[in-house]
Structures are given as C-alpha cells and as structure tokens.
Design a protein around this ligand. Structure first.
Ligand SMILES: [Zn+2]
Length: 198
C-alpha cells in the first residue's frame, strides 16, 4: 500500500495529458528517488509558472506579460490574424517562423459531443477584434479534424459581414492531423499554401 501522499500526487499527475495512472506512479517514484535534484527543480519550475505566467487578454497566448510579447511586437504585421484552437498550436506555428502576423487562441473547438458551444470559446472576442478594423486577413488554422473544420466554418460565417480576406491552411495537413504534432516543414507548407475559405 502506498501512502496517502503518494496516492494524491499520483492521481493529480495521472490527469495530465498523455499520462495514465501507471506512468504517473512511475514518475512519482522517480521523483522521490531524486528528491534533491529533480524534485526540487520541478517544484521551483512549477512555482515560477504559477507566479509569472498569465493569459494574454488580447490573444489568449500564455506569457509572462499581458498583452503578450507577440501582441506588442511592432515588427509583427497587425493586418494579419491567425486563429488557432489552442496555445500549443500557436507555439507550433510560431516555431515554424513563417507567419508574421498576430494570433487569436479560441481555447478549444466546437463539439456537440463534448458540449462545447461558441460562447465557451473566445469567438466573441475574435469578432470584436475584427470589428475594430485594421485587419485585412484572417487565417483559420484549425486542426484538420471534423470538429476543427466545423469550428472554422462557423467562424467563417460569423466573419462574413466584415471586409476581411478569410484563408485556411492548405490540405497538405493529414486528415485528422493536429497542428501541434506536425513537423515544422509540413506546417510551414500548409501555411504557405493557405487558400481562401469557401
Ligand atoms: Zn497576446
């Protein structure tokens, strides 16, 4: 029987994406054996994240400042906005270094199955940003999944009334492909070959 402390930590860790109870327990034991090195480092890193990281109220990125470094970077093209599902997608696209505009993180995707409605995402905030003007192109960079594409269609409809060019990533994206898992070459190709919506 493991102690209550180990059970608690294991159950918290097992909720992390990609970790189940078994690997969570292995991680806990690994950390206990490295109390002074890895465990202390992990605690410090977690504390730093809690104290310094905030969500950008403009785009939804996670950074040490609000607005984030991308939103305030004067070298970035203010006329181009790339809409992504999650922060991980923003980071994946930005690692590819091809998109020079700014981003908008939806915070998920529409899903009838999971009960995710438009008001659960930052779609209202996106419409507000576009309605303020100054944006020429909106790139819908949803995942190539059914829910991602449904979300893209919904946003395209909502943005129809505004004078912006709507584009989406080219279908070099593997079907069912999630941006975060793509290599940078594939992602760069999909972004370069983006096409008008509709
Ligand atoms: Zn931002």
């Amino acid at each position: 029987m493991a102690s209550q402390e180990i059970e608690t930590l294991t159950s918290v860790l097992s909720r992390l994406p990609g970790l189940g109870p078994r690997s969570a327990r292995r991680a806990v034991l690994w950390l206990i054996k490295r109390r002074e090195s890895s465990l202390v480092q992990l605690l410090d890193a977690l504390a730093a994240v809690r104290e310094t990281l905030v969500e950008c109220q403009t785009c939804g990125n996670v950074d040490t400042s609000d607005p984030c470094a991308i939103c305030v970077d004067p070298r970035r093209d203010q006329r181009s906005l790339c809409v992504v599902e999650d922060v991980a997608d923003l980071w994946a696209l930005d690692r590819a270094r091809l998109f020079t505009g700014r981003y908008h993180v939806l915070g998920g995707r529409l899903s009838a199955l999971d009960g995710v409605r438009p008001e659960d995402l930052t779609i209202g905030r996106l419409i507000d940003r576009v309605a303020q003007g100054g944006i020429d192109e909106v790139v819908l960079a949803m995942n190539a999944t059914l829910e991602g594409q449904t979300t893209a269609h919904y946003i395209a409809e909502r943005l129809e009334a505004y004078p912006v060019r709507l584009t989406q990533l080219a279908h070099g994206l593997p079907v069912g492909g999630e941006l975060d898992y793509l290599d940078e070459g594939t992602l760069a190709q999909a972004l370069r070959a983006r096409r008008p919506v509709g």
